[in-house]
Ligand binder design. Structure first.
Ligand code: IVH
Length: 670
């Protein structure tokens, strides 16, 4: 009986359908199916592709989730070179540009103004509407083939929509890490004691060069497309091509505008100077392009850039100040980072007194000296940084900066791990700022969330010698606390209550609170789900650790190191004795009965009295299993409203019992 659908046909159908749904969702913000139905389709497609890898379509939407490993990126030549743009910073230069253009092509010239996105340039090649290659700019002539990584970016269609496109064409655009994602990534890194990403541009560029495309997929990169090229270009103007590629499924930022004169161009520039900060990506100027392709050709190119376009750059948000002092901060993990203290200066509307200098290498690279006049900039990054020294103004008595060899707080000899830019103070048991920062992390909201205690209280508890580590917190008594300065009965009770309440925090939060290097809240969750309790985790060997999804060499080494130290063993024992949670408690639904054990269900359609999630929960809580596709082995199809006719037909053909919502509920409740 050939009742199962031909896998090739099903794969093709699902690929087509999911690509279409993605297009509707990402381009038109329309959800034609529920998330659940969508996930089920994608899961089914993945399952079929695993069974028949030879049938996987090159534009399969399953590529979006990544999983391809590229050991080294192949070099590819660009069919059309990837040029740069000449830059200008003044109205005068722009008027000059306009004059030059009009001299060649006459006065009837129209421009298109676009944002100059500060991301990573990319070239995308399509054959017969299918995405076939993604490449970086490289040296402009040849770049890296990063096709597998590009496939994970949802703003880039794997299959173009419509019919009106040439057989072979390229789209150019800018890949970026949305500012929100960038900030979130840094929050996670900070929590895990990792070095922060310098700015969204570098982060995007680094992400595109990841060997594992699943990591790329997890970063949620975006892409704004701004260029179209083909040897059979059907369009007369750049603006027409922008409209067309948008219709085909590319993401085009709707910030572009046609301008019929250079005055209109200047208006656009002024208008966007402030508004650009509301965009999801950093921009540093405006690109002005001649709209007509015929006129572009007439104007031609220099060896580096087109004569038909120019980039106007907004003045950098920079200021000049005097470097007064470098102070060294010791963080929770012992990392020692230099912070520049300067004479206060106004920068992008705020008074700035401090700036980052990242690490020792940077001090050397900039050749910083105390007393120097320095340039401070605020770019894509949130914290201003020192970008250079005005050597012409260097005072004769400027003092070279010597990076400390010993911890500025406790005097311990600093160490620098192979390949790392930062120095570390290894005295994690006796270095005051390190311990205080560890305690602050322990009580923080995402960790133990101890209400009633803040950084000042931590400082006070440390200073008075009452608390030296997290376990000491749980030994605090009313009589001790009430003795402290500025501490009333109410505050003391709040602290004690907060500590008591924190004992309810689940295992993963406790694990995160310990502050193990590289173990951020996400990693802590993964570990807690995998190892039932702290005993299992601390006795795990390297191989067992890296076998856990998302746990790599670095995290495994860090865990082994942490648990090997007797002080940490002791700390954990004391915290355990205090009643903290060192066991994973599953949040899986409680079993209500085993009435449905051995039975499989497909849920389809829309239901009246219960949601799909609720149906799923009911089935599993009675021992049943929910599956995605209908097969002869299926026990029941729970059919709601608006269920697809093909499913119904298939189930009927296979003689599967179809239950209505009421019948199903009656069955489990009887
Ligand atoms: S058009 C001939 N349009 O700027 C160059 N480029 O300096 C054509 N860029 O590598 C590029 N936003 O990465 C163009 N709206 C935009 C852009 C843009 C950013 C970048 C692009 C290019 C660089 C050139």
């Amino acid at each position: 009986m050939a009742l199962e659908k031909d896998p090739a046909a099903e794969i093709q159908e699902l690929t087509h359908r999911i690509n279409y749904l993605n297009f509707q969702y990402y381009q038109n913000s329309v959800s034609e199916v529920t998330d659940y139905e969508f996930d089920m389709m994608l899961e089914r497609l993945q399952q079929l592709e695993q069974q028949h890898p030879e049938l996987r379509q090159s534009n399969s939407p399953t590529m979006r989730v990544g999983g391809t490993i590229t050991k080294s990126f192949k070099t590819v030549y660009h069919k059309y070179p990837m040029l740069s743009l000449s830059n200008t910073y003044s109205e005068e230069d722009l008027r000059e540009f306009d004059k030059r253009v009009r001299k060649v092509v006459g006065d009837e010239v129209e421009y298109v103004c676009e944002q100059k996105f500060d991301g990573v340039a990319i070239s995308l090649t399509y054959e017969n509407g299918s995405f076939v290659q993604g490449a970086t700019r490289g040296d402009g002539t040849r770049g890296d083939d990063i096709t597998a990584n590009v496939r994970t970016i949802r703003d880039i269609p794997l299959q173009v929509h419509g019919q009106d496109f040439p057989d072979l064409f390229e789209v150019r655009g800018e890949v970026f890490l949305p500012l929100q994602v960038f900030e979130q990534l840094n929050v996670e890194r900070e929590e895990a004691g990792e070095q922060l990403l310098a700015n969204p541009r570098n982060a995007a560029s680094g992400t595109l060069k990841q060997q594992d495309s699943a990591i790329v997929a997890s970063r949620r990169l975006g892409c704004f497309s701004y260029g179209f090229m083909s040897s059979s270009n059907p369009f007369d103007t750049h603006s027409e091509s922008l409209q067309a590629i948008q219709k085909w499924g590319f993401k085009v930022s709707d910030t572009w505008r046609k301008c019929t004169s250079i005055d209109k161009v200047l208006e656009y520039i002024t208008e966007w100077e402030g508004k650009r900060h509301e965009l999801p990506i950093a921009t540093d100027g405006v690109v002005v392009k001649v709209n007509s392709y015929a006129l572009q050709e007439e104007l031609g190119y220099t060896s580096k850039s087109p004569r038909w376009a120019i980039a106007y750059k907004y003045p950098a948000m920079s200021a000049v100040s005097r470097l007064l002092e470098i102070r060294y901060q010791v963080g929770r993990t012992g990392a020692v980072t230099p912070v520049a203290h300067m004479e206060p200066v106004l920068l992008a509307g705020t008074v700035v007194k401090r700036a980052s200098v990242h690490n020792a290498n940077e001090i050397q690279r900039l050749d910083l000296r105390l007393g120097d006049i320095v340039f401070v900039e605020k770019g894509g990054e949130i914290i201003p940084k020192i970008t250079g020294v005005d050597f012409s103004q260097r005072p004769a008595d400027a003092i070279p900066i010597e990076y400390p060899t010993h911890c500025p707080a406790c005097g311990t000899l600093l160490i620098r791990a192979e390949g790392e830019a930062n120095f570390y103070c290894p005295n994690d048991e006796g270095c005051a700022p390190q311990i205080q920062a560890k305690l602050e992390h322990f009580i923080s909201r995402k960790a133990m969330n101890i209400e009633g205690i803040g950084p000042e209280t931590i400082e006070q508890l440390y200073r008075t010698g009452l608390v030296r580590n997290a376990a000491d917190l749980y030994d605090l008594r009313f009589e001790q606390l009430i003795e402290l300065e500025r501490m009333g009965e109410k505050s003391v009770n709040n602290i004690l209550e907060g500590l008591q309440k924190s004992k309810e925090a689940p295992f993963d939060r406790v694990l995160f609170a310990l502050g193990i290097r590289f173990v951020g809240s996400t990693v802590a969750k993964k570990l807690a789900e995998h190892f039932p309790d702290i005993e299992a985790l601390r006795s795990a060997i390297y191989e067992e650790l890296i076998a856990v999804n998302e746990i790599g060499d670095r995290i495994a080494q860090s865990l082994l190191q942490y648990f090997s130290e007797p002080e940490h063993q002791q700390l954990i024992e004391r915290l355990k004795a205090a009643g903290l949670n060192f066991k994973f408690e599953s949040t899986a639904p409680e079993m209500e009965s085993d009435r449905l054990t051995g039975k499989t269900f497909v849920i389809s359609g829309v239901f009246e009295s219960v949601s799909r999630d609720e149906l799923q929960r009911i089935i599993t809580s009675h021992g049943g299993k929910v599956v995605s596709s209908i097969s002869a082995k299926l026990s029941y199809l729970v059919a709601g409203d608006k269920m697809g006719p093909s499913k119904l037909e298939k189930a009927t053909k296979l003689g599967i019992t179809i239950l209505s919502e009421d019948q199903f509920l009656e069955m489990v409740n009887s």
